[in-house]
Structure formats: C-alpha cells, structure tokens
Design a protein around this ligand. Structure first.
Ligand code: NAD
Ligand code: DAU
Length: 337
C-alpha cells in the first residue's frame, strides 16, 4: 500500500505520519508538503528514513501530476491546508488557492492516474456555529453547511468539490469533519500551544472577547485513529463527523493551563474579539461510532497533561518557531488588540 499524506509536516498530518508508521509499518508513505510557515521538518526528523518527503505545493498541477505519474499511490489523505482562522480574516486569497484549488488539483491527479481512496480532512467549522444556550444541539453529517470565516468557507468549498467529484466522476472519496484537535507538534499560533508558550514566558494570555466561546476538543491521536479507520473501512462517498463530546469554554482552558503550570490567572488579558467569532462547536459522533466502532481513547484530563508535558520537554521544537517571522505575526495580531 502506497499512501500520499499531504500536509504531513503540519500538526495533524505530522501526528498521522507517526501514527501510520506504527500502525502499518509495511506501508510506503510519501509526504507532500509545501513547508509553509506552518510546516516543520523537525516534526518528521525521527522518521525521515521511513518515509519519502517531497517539498511541493498541492496547487501546483505540474508538480502534483509528476509525483502521481512516478508514484501511482493507492491512497491520498489530504491534510494540506491553510488552517488558521485569524490569518484567513487578514488575507483570504491563499486559503482559496491551497484549500480549494489544491484539493481540485489532487483529485484531478487521482482521476488521471487512478486511486483506491481519496480522503479529504475537513473540519466541523463547515457547519458554522451553534448557540451557547442550546446544549441539546450538535452537528450531524446532515447539518447544512453554513460558514463564518474565509477559512471555513474555503474548507466547505473543497468539501462540495469532493462530493461533486464522487457524483460526477465516481472518484472513490471519503470526507471527515473533526472538531478542535490538541496535542504534540501544534503550531503555537493556536489557542492551547499559544497559551502554554506565553504562560511559560510570563507573557499576557490574550483571550478573545469574554472567553465564553466553546470548542469541542479531541486529542490528536484519536483523530488519527479515526482517519485510519475511515480510509480502510469507511464507505465511499460518505462524510464522517469526528468528536469526543468534550466541550469547553476558552476561558476554562486558559485557567486550567495556568493551574497546571503554576502561573497566576492575572496573566489573562481580555482582548478584542475575533471578527465573526463562532460561538460553539459540538460534534455528534454517532455515525463513526455505530458504523466503524470508533471511540476516543484519551480523556481531556490526561490529554492536556500529556500535551503540556510535551511542550515542557520539547522546547527545541517550538522555541525557534516563536522567534523571527512569528514575532512579526504576533505583533500584527496582538500588538494593538
Ligand atoms: P497546520 O497548519 O498545522 O499544517 C498544515 C500543513 O500543510 C503544513 O505542514 C503546511 O506546510 C502544509 N501546506 C500548506 N499549504 C500547502 C500547500 N499549498 N501545498 C502543500 N502543503 C501545504 O494544519 P493542521 O492543524 O494540522 O490541520 C490539518 C488539516 O486538518 C487541515 O486541512 C485542517 O483544515 C484540518 N483540521 C484541523 C483541525 C485542528 O484543530 N487543527 C481540526 C479539524 C480539521
Ligand atoms: O474546529 C476545528 C478547527 O479548529 C480547525 O478547522 C482549525 O484549523 C483550527 O485552527 C481550529 O480553529 P479555531 O478557530 O477553533 O482554533 P483556535 O486555536 O484559533 O482558537 C480556539 C478558540 O480560542 C477560538 O474560540 C478563538 C480563541 N482564541 C484563539 C487564540 C489564538 C483566543 O481566545 N485567543 C487566542 O489567542
């Protein structure tokens, strides 16, 4: 089995590469990644001898077709994306290029050279948000797409294109829509690693609005297991929601990180809210549980402890990231907020 993992130098893609090497040591793994600001070869350093790494853009038709012609993969799992909502609000263009045109380019190559499965890694953000005062409501696979940010609009566009390629060309596709992930190798522009890094440096902890927005957190390895199941046992043409019923308010997460690190809550600083900020995400994971037997294995209590410990023990992975270019980004986004 030859599998192309796009975005494999990023957070979830990187974890998936490590997971697949352990779960299926006999598979041939090819990572296709452009190495944007979010891609980090250090994430793959310990497994470079077990994979083939190709630095290219999923939206570059010549590069993608050349790779497929040479490798003729059996499976493609597409993690490659611009993934940060705040960046999409500042500059949507690259989100459309990578997330939409990139997806189209990969699927065109799959059509041209043949594929056993194309899997699109999507997000619960395609469903928009749920009200805070209706804890009885959850996203199911039938919830209409209703996006809020340029990021989520680009991901929903890609999902529609994937479904169109299934219906029109019979491309053997699956789509997964997962809730917020956390764990090792998470780029420190996102809530949990940003708060850990700032707290360790005794810097302000910038909470958007009142911190009451709710996210449904899943340990990244549980997401990887779900995708492994879907590509092997999932039904072609289907969408699978992935989530572990672990809803938390942002402010409670930030306070928990303070407690775990022995830092004072006085570091918490309320800043101007994100534009169009989604209130609550909450996944109903019954379909993947009933059809494929998936259940999350890591509780938030354990997962957040493991994650904090990983950031404490792997400063050499994240400290270089938060110097240089990242500082310019941080100043732009948080300087006058
Ligand atoms: P990330 O930003 O950490 O990593 C993205 C990776 O894609 C990087 O390695 C980057 O270099 C690469 N990449 C970007 N543009 C590329 C291009 N044009 N060609 C090739 N490679 C390119 O993202 P992540 O958080 O790991 O998310 C991975 C996928 O999972 C995304 O599709 C995202 O929408 C989805 N997702 C993320 C979450 C989450 O909580 N992080 C939850 C659900 C779904
Ligand atoms: O739900 C899945 C999505 O989760 C993925 O599709 C996205 O790729 C991923 O980035 C993530 O999106 P969010 O916008 O939910 O994640 P983020 O870590 O950026 O923010 C989580 C919450 O924390 C959100 O309500 C905004 C808030 N926040 C974030 C940052 C970076 C803050 O309050 N302060 C911050 O500095």
């Amino acid at each position: 089995m030859k599998i192309v993992i796009t975005g494999g130098a990023g957070f979830i893609g990187g974890n998936f590469v490590h997971y697949m090497i352990k779960a299926h040591p006999e598979y041939e793994i090819i990572v296709l990644d452009k190495l944007t600001y979010a891609g980090n070869l250090e994430t793959l350093a310990s497994v470079m001898d077990k994979i083939k790494f190709v630095k290219d853009d999923i939206a570059d038709r010549n590069a993608v077709f050349k790779l497929f012609e040479e490798e003729k993969p059996d499976v493609v799992v597409n993690f490659a994306a611009e993934s940060h909502v705040d960046r999409s609000i500042e500059d949507p263009g690259i989100f459309l290029k990578t997330n939409v045109i990139g997806t189209q380019t990969l699927m065109d190559a799959c059509r041209e050279y043949g594929i056993r499965r194309y899997h699109q890694v999507s997000t619960d953000e395609v469903y928009g948000d749920l009200p805070l005062d209706r804890p009885d409501l959850f996203f199911t696979e039938e919830t209409p797409l209703h996006t809020s940010s340029p990021y989520s609009a680009s991901k929903a566009s890609a999902d529609l294109l994937v479904q169109a390629y299934y219906r029109t060309y019979n491309l053997p596709v699956t789509i997964s829509r997962c809730s917020n992930n956390y764990g090792p190798y998470h780029f420190p522009e996102k809530l949990i690693p940003l708060m850990i890094a700032n707290a360790l440096a005794d810097k302000p902890l910038p909470v958007y609005g009142k911190g009451e927005n709710v996210r449904d957190w899943l340990y990244v390895e549980d997401h990887c297991k779900a995708i492994d199941l879907i590509i092997h046992k999932g039904k072609v043409g289907e969408v699978y929601n992935i989530g572990g019923h672990n809803e938390m308010r942002n402010i409670d997460i930030v306070k928990l990180i303070c407690r775990e690190l022995g830092k004072p809550e006085s570091l918490i600083t309320y800043v101007t809210d994100r534009k169009g900020h989604d209130l609550r995400y909450a996944i109903n994971p019954e379909k993947i549980h009933n059809e494929l037997g998936w259940l999350p294995e890591t509780t938030f209590e354990n997962g957040i402890k493991k994650t904090i410990e990983w950031y404490l023990n792997n400063r050499s992975w994240w400290e270089p990231i938060i110097s240089g270019e990242y500082m310019d980004y941080y100043e732009k986004m948080y300087g006058n907020r």
